[in-house]
Design a binder for this molecule. Structure first.
Ligand code: FAD
Length: 331
């Protein structure tokens, strides 16, 4: 049995039958694939039990950068840390991904939930994703349009039955730096280089989010809910200071962290699990927590938000049981 505590950012002590590091595309051709769980750095998952199968850890870390017209074409191995890639690009004066600085995890996992932060999403810059199909045992690729990127979602999340292992991601990045500083915290700042944006983003993240190396967590536990305009207007009558973010499709996005806070769940502790004092959306392992304690706390938070606002929060983290992904309602 393989201890997975350093392969999930909650730091939960669960085990897998077997663990295989995938360091090249060739490794995939012979890897065990029955009930295989694909992992990057485990920073967006909740393992609720010992895993009765093989964990495949993406360690493919190639990097190829070329210049084409007025753009940079960057092909990164899926096992590279997303933040190391961003750091390397900025050191080479290649802008575009700076707002996504310091998001934990791998390049290969980033498109799965279309990671986003500070007004940017990774999918905007992706032109191609290469993968290995664990069932058909062949390589393939998807174009930007085929990836179906949306808010914290993509083709991969919409089709969990397809077991595609992302081997490489290709980005197309404009040569000229165009700052994106609309997000609260960046607006009004004199951030005229990608380096300055990166430094600011890192400082903001450090001030709000716990470092998983010190306190186990998986970032935002729940997604920001999207509600109808009528529901948002209704809520605003009772909660005039509630932040609302109207979307282009007519829905309104609400801040899950704000809802959790106002439902009285910021900084609470149940057993050895809790919500983070500086950002209620983050559930933390206060030390030695077992999976059921994280689940119980998250269910409690979900219930309190439902009771206070009539809104059902949906987990952003992916949840796995003994043999594969399980739905939140199953536990
Ligand atoms: C402190 C903290 C802050 C965070 N902040 C943000 C944030 O600002 N924005 C944001 O969007 N996310 C954030 N996250 C969530 C997390 O960083 C991202 O979801 C990241 O992309 C996860 O990468 P990973 O390599 O750890 O993936 P894992 O957790 O290992 O895997 C996540 C999912 O992707 C699948 N997967 C992983 N690699 C592959 C692959 N190569 N091929 C196919 N499927 C794969 C897994 O099976 C799993 O379902 C945060 C997490 C933490 C701990």
């Amino acid at each position: 049995m393989q201890d997975l505590s350093s392969f999930n950012s909650f730091g939960l002590h669960v085990h897998a039958q077997n663990l295989v590091r995938i360091c090249s595309e060739a490794d995939l051709k012979n890897c065990p694939s029955d009930h295989a769980l694909i992992l990057g750095r485990g920073s967006d998952i909740l393992l609720t039990d010992d895993y009765e199968g093989t964990v495949l850890v993406n360690c493919i870390s190639s990097l190829d950068i070329r210049h084409e017209g007025d753009r940079w074409i960057v092909r990164s191995g899926g096992g590279m840390e997303l933040d190391s890639l961003i750091e390397t690009l900025i050191a080479r004066n290649i802008p575009g991904l700076e707002n996504l600085s310091a998001i934990p995890g791998t390049v290969g996992a980033a498109p799965i939930q279309n990671v986003g932060a500070y007004g940017a999403e990774v999918g905007e810059h992706i032109v191609k994703i290469e993968y290995f199909d664990l069932d058909r045992r062949c390589f393939g690729s998807l174009s930007h349009d085929e990836c179906e990127f949306g808010y914290r979602t993509s083709f991969f999340k919409k089709h969990p039955e397809l077991r595609y292992f992302v081997t490489a991601v290709t980005f197309s990045l404009a040569e000229k730096f165009v700052s994106r500083l609309t997000y609260k915290g960046l607006a009004g700042e004199a951030l005229d280089t990608p380096y300055k944006v990166r430094e600011k983003v890192i400082a903001l993240r450090r001030s709000k989010l716990p470092d998983p190396a010190q306190i186990g967590n998986a970032g935002s536990f729940f997604k920001n809910p999207e509600v109808s305009e009528d529901k948002a207007a209704d809520l605003r009558r009772s909660w005039p200071d509630m932040p609302v973010y109207p979307q282009s499709d007519g829905t309104v996005k609400l801040a899950a962290g704000w809802l959790i806070d106002k439902a009285g769940c910021r900084g609470i502790t149940h057993g050895r699990a809790g919500t983070w004092e500086n950002q209620a959306l983050v559930i933390v392992n206060r030390g030695g927590a077992r999976p059921h304690e994280i689940v119980a706390l998250a269910k409690y938070v979900q219930m309190e938000v439902m009771n206070t606002f009539g809104i059902s929060l949906e987990p952003e983290v992916r949840i796995y049981g003994k043999t594969g992904e399980i739905s939140w309602d199953q536990i």
